[in-house]
Design a protein. Sequence first.
Length: 72
Amino acid sequence: MLTTQQAADYLNVSRPHVVKLIESGELPFSKVGKHRRISFQQLQAYNRVQKKKAQIALKKLAKQARELDMGY
């Protein structure tokens, strides 16, 4: 179980961004006392999904660039 700061460091984002992900329900968490903790397995799963989305978006942009003859 990781703290929000450790999760932010792993994802290379800010801690407030991780808190927003938690509050929006995108990132599952549990509470230990009043502190939020994120399972490393859940964090890895979230990261894989985000990388896949980024890869799809990048392929789409590259395809659009080719279609517009932008040198790709």
